[in-house]
Write a protein that binds this ligand. Structure first.
Ligand code: ZN
Length: 133
């Protein structure tokens, strides 16, 4: 998994260059490793209204579903930014990704102490769930 995470991190850094972030200049990339072996990337897309800004992680998730369908399973996630800043996934992205990720899937992201890896269940221990009847 170590080599896969390194590959994912490179893909996340690469896609961060495509970030649309004219308001914050915070360029973020995310890469998802699917159980099929596919790697799907996404970047943040800002909007002049600020509130409509889309994070890199959710951008990658939406793309993964559009390209591979609703049955995808996420095996690992990498987040990177080009600003030398900490950028763990935000709460909204944790909740969105958790629905498609294995609880023990590693998530690697820049922390204030360098790259940090946590599992999904560590990142979001009480994700919202609902069982429909
Ligand atoms: Zn987010």
């Amino acid at each position: 998994m170590e080599a896969e995470l390194e590959l994912l991190m490179k893909a996340a850094r690469r896609v961060a260059k495509n970030s649309y972030s004219p308001y914050s200049n915070f360029k973020v990339g995310a890469a998802l490793l699917l159980s099929s072996g596919a790697i799907i990337t996404g970047t943040n897309v800002e909007n002049v209204s600020y509130g409509l800004t889309f994070c890199a992680e959710r951008s990658a998730l939406v793309r993964a579903i559009a390209e591979h369908g609703p049955a995808i399973r996420i095996k690992a996630v990498a987040v990177a930014n080009l600003n030398d800043s900490a950028s763990p996934p935000c709460g909204a992205c944790r909740q969105m990704l958790a629905e498609f990720a294995e609880p023990d899937a590693p998530v690697i992201f820049p922390s204030i102490n360098g790259p940090r890896t946590m599992t999904f269940s560590e990142l979001l221990p009480a994700a919202f769930e609902m069982k429909l009847k």
